[in-house]
Design a binder for this molecule. Structure first.
Ligand code: NDP
Length: 454
């Protein structure tokens, strides 16, 4: 398998893919390792995870470089992701023992009732490339702490980062037969679906998620899907400082070249402030440094996957044909690498793909609305349900809109944000199940109830 730098289109490394026989051997070892790992105390397992966190920080510069080279993520954003994701470890350190300890419900007549949270066993973590630290940790760290062993399949576009996770986890004290990785493309993922695993934890597109859910349904094991979104942001007419909120909205849409599951994917602006908002929004996007992701001041690098350029250009063409106006950008960039001009499209409608289908790139549609009711109707008009945001000075007015959203996460005066304190989950085509918070560790356990009479 060739690892390509999306900023230069050069091959960085060639790596041997796994195959059915090597996956079988890894799973056999993981099954044996899990039995021993599960018997260790939660504190012992946490110690290894904490040591991993220290190693990550000691090696941060090298790790950021690797992430930038294989995904095209601007180096400052790579560093931010690596540092930011450590909050999962401190949160686990503080809470995991409490969350995993057996619960006693007292006597019911002459019977003592208890609940144990047992690990699932050997789980598959099939992951995405866009935030490999954040979305990887949300699964494999929580699963390990809960006593599972993990076969981690990084996206082929984040393989080198996946190999580093393996090296550092082993150096930190997670046994080799408790965490391993499956190297390769979608075919290797498919091999995992056909193998004997006790749970499938997937982060990626709706299309692959649906395929996975259908293919493993007969196994009757937990399946969790963290999928894409078409996340709306509504800017109310009472925001006051329109410039400030336009800058915020642009960052929510264009951070990591728009390749975040919870990126702002469509914007509705109250007609009273629409022109002013669009002016400041475009001004801000024009100021972004675009280009070499290895430079510290670059804000937008290339998109990671060449194939995504076609999706984005198709959305632009479709919007133009249906009457939208491209007021900034609109084309690929004439240089090596998978670069796309940051693109702002106005006069959009819900007949257009740009307002209905995940873009996952540096492109945004902006639409004027005449009232909160119209905004609510448009925000709800989506097959996805990941996040929704409202910018407003009036908390109650914003809450009235957010309360009606069918999403896992609501934001008032912020967006594109994840915290370990609260669960991360999608509804409808954005997935099922939860990561983070106490719900995110329970996802890697199965309850066993004891009724003890004696
Ligand atoms: P994909 O669905 O293309 O791939 C995800 C993973 O599935 C990759 O490891 C991929 O391997 C693997 N895969 C592909 N085919 C199969 C198969 N037949 N069986 C098993 N595994 C398979 O998604 P992306 O990696 O492109 O990620 C982007 C998507 O992820 C976006 O939609 C984004 O919104 C979503 N996402 C959701 C998050 C959330 O928390 N809700 C967080 C981050 C991203 P390979 O890459 O090697 O082909």
């Amino acid at each position: 398998m060739k690892i390509i730098n999306p900023a230069t289109e050069e091959v960085i490394r060639e790596i041997e893919q796994d195959n059915k026989a090597s996956i079988d051997a890894k799973l056999k070892a993981l099954r044996a390792g899990q039995k021993v790992w599960a018997k260790k105390s939660v504190r012992t397992r946490l110690k290894a995870i904490e040591a991993f966190g220290k190693l990550v920080i000691e090696n941060k510069d090298e790790l950021a470089q690797i992430l930038t080279q294989e995904t095209g993520k601007p180096i400052t954003q790579s560093r931010n992701e690596i540092s930011g994701s450590l909050n999962r470890i401190s949160h686990l350190s503080k809470n995991a023992e409490k969350w995993l300890q057996p619960e006693e419900f007292g006597m019911e007549g002459d019977t003592l009732e208890l609940l144990y949270h047992e690990p699932l066993g050997v789980i598959a973590n099939i992951s995405a490339w866009n935030f490999p630290y954040n979305v990887g940790y949300n699964v494999f760290l929580y699963a390990l702490v809960a006593g599972n062993s993990v076969l981690y399949k990084p996206s082929e576009y984040a393989t080198l980062t996946g190999l580093k996770f393996k090296e550092l986890l082993h150096r930190a004290g997670v046994p080799e037969n408790v965490f391993d990785i499956a190297i390769g493309s979608g075919e290797v993922g498919q091999t995992l679906l056909e193998s004997d695993l006790d749970g499938y934890f997937f982060t990626g597109s709706h299309k692959t998620g649906l395929h996975i859910a259908k293919n493993v349904a007969h196994k009757m094991v937990p399946v969790q899907l963290e999928l894409g979104g078409k996340d709306p942001l509504y800017i109310m007419d009472d925001v006051g400082d329109v410039k400030k909120w336009a800058i915020n909205a642009a960052e929510g849409a264009f951070y990591n070249a728009g390749q975040s599951c919870c990126a702002v994917e469509r914007i509705y602006v109250h007609a009273k402030i629409y022109d002013e908002f669009v002016k400041y929004f475009v001004e801000e996007v024009k100021n972004y440094q675009i280009g070499n992701p290895e430079k510290a001041d670059t804000f937008i690098g290339p998109v990671t996957r060449e194939a995504q350029l076609e999706v984005i250009l198709d959305q632009i063409e479709d919007a133009k044909k249906k009457g939208a106006e491209v007021i900034l950008g609109g084309k690929g960039m004439d240089k090596p690498g998978y670069y796309m001009e940051p693109t702002v499209v106005t006069q959009t409608t819900h007949e257009m793909k740009i307002m209905m289908e995940e873009s996952f790139g540096p492109i945004i549609g902006i639409q004027a609305v005449g009232s909160d009711e119209e905004a609510i109707r448009l925000m709800l008009d989506t097959p996805y349900g990941l996040t929704a945001s409202v910018f407003s000075e009036d908390e109650q007015r914003a809450k009235t809109v957010l309360d009606q959203m069918n999403v896992g996460t609501c934001y008032w005066n912020c967006c594109d944000r994840v915290s370990p304190n609260v669960p991360w989950s999608g509804r409808k085509n954005s997935g099922m199940g939860h990561t983070l918070s106490y719900m995110g560790i329970r996802a890697f356990t199965q309850p066993k109830a004891y009724h003890l009479r004696g």
